[in-house]
Design a protein around this ligand. Structure first.
Ligand code: UT7
Length: 333
């Protein structure tokens, strides 16, 4: 019997309307469009401004669009995994809230918190349920309201992040397409360079933690940059070597969108031309767990059945990884 693999059979993206430009940021902190473009490569990012809305609202928007686009009844979904570091609340899982909002009632769901690698970790986890023959329809959503944990008085972090969500539908295929392989890694020692200081069990919220701005992202940018460049490039090259994929064989490289310089360094190490690299960081910034599906969503019309694609990430944890897949469908024009 032909081996069952999990394939992405639909992808959607959603970003909120409000556009926070570098120009506006320069009225909030001591920065400039020139500095941000040169050091990070971001022109603007989207922000969820409406009061009373959280990550699950972004997730529900994108999952609803995905269900409609793929003509999938909500109650046919077996599992929904949400990758996020900005859950609506500590518990219950944002995945459960999304499922409730979109009418997925016949499934189980859970969150994965793996920083910017969350979508990749969730995608691989989901694929295993399908490969095992247990499930037929699984949704993986990466959704973040990063603006809820960004300190807009800290010029070193506030230009980087944006809000958004992306989602994919995974289904079983037996034609050799779909998710071929994955390499996922963590190094918990990296937590010192990128974390949220308070709000968890180690340091619950108090007036002092709020006054000390400890509920925002803490990042030692240069250290994270160094690790991100080497680890994202290494793991992508490792995947190419493992499957004998030459730069010519690879149709698309989908890197996490954290910094244009990190993306360019990884592509250089892989020997990939820039035309084959999906880059939308200039429009959306770093949407953490949403960057990869937002790229796939934007590039979907250009993808062809059988395309060789490598996705790669690096993020808080530290977490990093790469996935090699063969795209499973031609988009109906
Ligand atoms: O997705 C999660 C993983 N995260 C990442 O991958 C982020 C990795 N790190 C980075 O992308 C970069 O390190 C940053 C974008 C965060 C910072 O860029 P950098 O080139 O590493 O800058 P730096 O931290 O070395 O700072 C250089 C200078 C400093 O000034 P002095 O001390 O040299 O006078 C900063 O204060 O740039 C200053 N600076 C800024 N200047 C204008 C920092 N942020 C800004 C800013 N505008 N927004």
């Amino acid at each position: 019997m032909a081996k069952i693999l999990a394939a992405i059979t639909g992808v959607e993206g959603y970003v909120p309307d409000y556009i926070l430009t570098n120009k506006e940021l320069a009225t909030m902190v001591d920065t400039s469009d020139e500095w941000i473009m040169e050091r990070i490569g971001i022109k603007e990012r989207r922000i969820l401004k409406e009061p009373g809305k959280g990550t699950s609202d972004l997730g529900a928007e994108v999952v609803n669009k995905l269900l409609q686009k793929t003509s999938t009844p909500p109650n046919s979904i077996d599992l929904l995994i949400c990758a996020t570091v900005t859950p609506d609340m500590q518990f219950p899982a944002t995945a459960n809230i999304i499922s409730d909002k979109v009418g997925i009632t016949n499934a189980f769901s859970f969150d994965i918190a793996a920083g910017c690698s969350g979508f990749l970790f969730a995608l691989v986890t989901a694929s295993k349920y399908i490969e095992a023959g247990q499930f037929n329809k699984v949704i993986v959503v990466g959704a973040e309201k990063m603006s809820s944990i960004v300190d807009y008085t800290d010029r070193a972090t506030c230009p980087i992040f944006g809000d958004g969500a992306g989602a994919v539908l995974l289904e079983p295929v037996t034609d050799g397409l779909g998710i071929i392989d994955s390499i996922l890694k963590v190094d918990g020692a990296g937590r010192v360079f990128l974390h949220q200081k308070a709000g968890g069990s180690l340091k619950p919220a108090t007036h002092e933690t709020v006054d000390a701005r400890e509920h925002f992202i803490y990042q030692e940018g240069q250290a994270v940059f160094k690790y991100a460049v080497s680890h994202m490039a290494d793991i992508s090259v490792e995947m190419m070597k493992k499957h004998n994929i030459s730069p010519d064989d690879l149709d698309w490289f989908v890197p996490h969108q954290a910094n244009m310089r990190i993306i360019e360094a990884a592509a250089r190490r892989m020997g990939i031309k820039k035309e084959k690299v999906m880059i939308n960081i200039q429009k959306y910034g770093n949407t953490t767990a949403a960057t990869l599906p937002l790229c796939l969503w934007e590039w979907e019309p250009q993808l062809h059945k059988g395309d060789n694609i490598i996705l790669a990430t690096f993020g808080a944890g530290f977490t990093w990884g790469s996935v090699y897949l063969k795209w499973a469908y031609d988009t109906k024009k």
